[in-house]
Design a protein around this ligand. Structure first.
Ligand SMILES: CC(C)(COP(=O)(O)OP(=O)(O)OC[C@H]1O[C@@H](n2cnc3c(N)ncnc32)[C@H](O)[C@@H]1OP(=O)(O)O)[C@@H](O)C(=O)NCCC(=O)NCCS
Length: 177
């Protein structure tokens, strides 16, 4: 299980001790608006931690909690996972933050480090990302990462804006990100 660090954050693989912080974030309807469209219950969050722990063991990647290095507060979560959790699918990157931490560039900061993990540590040839077409903030994070809009595709039982970046383009992007 891999811990990653950025200037402001420590990315820790989901752990039972993250339950409280994840519940606070995932029970906010605004955070979930473009994800499932409804707040997550405590039981659902607990089940997701158990699922993610199993995936870390089996696959060596999954969801991290974003912990502020200053103060130790859980302020977000992000993932590298199989797109739509499907065997044989390309890797997908994703993120979410507590509402009081939006607009501070934190998603992009975490995303750059998770993408580097996918390409440099896991050796992924390609990284994808999907968002509700109206989720402009998330689409902007994808664009800033250097991802290319591939079109509207059907994943997770929904029509979603789908982005991708190849390892080659990621490496060529270098410091311009
Ligand atoms: C998506 C999310 C993680 C973005 O995090 P963030 O840290 O606020 O994003 P940033 O501060 O890095 O901003 C990224 C860009 O999006 C822009 N942006 C932010 N909110 C926006 C909005 N509501 N509409 C349009 N653009 C927006 C910013 O101006 C910034 O653009 P810039 O790079 O040109 O300056 C955050 O909004 C969130 O947690 N949303 C709820 C969960 C979610 O939808 N997750 C994604 C599921 S696909």
């Amino acid at each position: 299980m891999t811990i990653l660090t950025t200037d402001r954050l420590r990315l820790e693989p989901f752990d039972d001790q993250h339950l409280e912080g994840l519940c606070e974030m995932n029970s906010d309807p605004e955070v979930m608006r473009y994800i499932t469209g409804r707040p997550e219950t405590r039981e659902e969050t607990a089940r997701s931690i158990a699922r993610v722990r199993e995936r870390w063991q089996r696959l060596g990647f999954s969801w991290w909690s974003f912990i502020e290095r200053e103060g130790g507060r859980l302020i977000g979560a992000g993932c590298i996972q199989l797109l739509a959790n499907g065997e044989g699918n390309p890797l997908e990157i994703g993120w979410r933050l507590r509402r009081d931490r939006w607009h501070q560039g934190l998603a992009g900061e975490a995303a750059r480090t998770m993408a580097a993990f996918a390409f440099d540590t896991l050796g992924a040839p390609l990284l994808t990302a999907v968002a509700d077409p109206d989720n402009l903030a998330s689409r902007r994070v994808m664009e800033r990462l250097g991802m290319r809009f591939r079109g509207i595709e059907h994943w997770y039982d929904a029509d979603v804006a789908t982005y991708e970046i190849t390892a080659r383009d990621w490496r060529a992007g270098g410091l311009s990100r």
